[in-house]
Design a protein around this ligand. Structure first.
Ligand SMILES: [Zn+2]
Length: 198
């Protein structure tokens, strides 16, 4: 089972779009971890989040489509955070994901159990459905009341996305915060030891 090196960032458990963007992690020393590295890992990631049902089997084109959405979402969120304009192609791609599969639970009836609702999609549309759910979450976040809380971890090279639920939070995790604090304290000690480094 794939193990992420960092715990979920603030907001990632509530928002599948943040979760998707953070499915690739960069750490110092050129290390990176990608939870969507293979079709099998992509399937495991989607099942763990209830975005496809247990036993689903996805192919490499599904993996490519999901990592493509991840890349488009990052561009859109980066534009929101930095205040820059977004490429219309990125918007088109996100809108295509939004509308590729209806994101509505249908009404069912089973004798004995009565009425119940569930999302049902043909096996060939599994990835479209998962992408539409994630794109819906992204659209609601980017255009909603919490958009000003979006941020990226400032502990380079991490840059994972987060919601600033604690005022001035700058890091996605205590591990990244500790790393930055340790680096700052090291830099301070070095300049104290050798003032010519300032
Ligand atoms: Zn971080």
């Amino acid at each position: 089972m794939f193990e992420m090196p960092l715990p979920p960032s603030p907001g990632a458990l509530e928002h599948s779009s943040i979760d998707l963007m953070n499915s690739e992690v960069h750490l110092p020393g050129g290390k990176s971890y990608d939870a969507l590295n293979t079709p099998k890992e992509t399937t495991t990631w989607l099942i763990a989040r209830g975005l496809v049902s247990e036993g689903a089997v996805l192919q490499s084109y599904c993996q490519d489509r999901l990592t493509g959405l991840r890349s488009d979402l990052r561009k859109a969120f980066e534009a929101r955070i930095s205040g820059s304009t977004v490429d219309p192609r990125v918007l088109n791609n996100i809108n295509a994901a939004l509308t590729a599969a209806p994101n509505t639970s249908l009404l069912h009836y089973a004798p004995g159990d009565g009425f119940f609702r569930s999302l049902e999609h043909p096996a060939t549309r599994l990835i479209e459905h998962a992408m539409s759910v994630i794109a819906e979450d992204a659209a609601a976040l980017l255009a909603g009341d919490e958009a000003h809380l979006l941020a990226q971890c400032e502990a380079e090279p991490c840059s994972r996305f987060l919601l600033k639920t604690h005022g001035r939070r700058q890091w996605c995790s205590t591990r990244c915060g500790d790393r930055v604090r340790a680096a700052r304290s090291y830099a301070r000690k070095r300049t104290q030891a050798d003032p010519t480094l300032i």
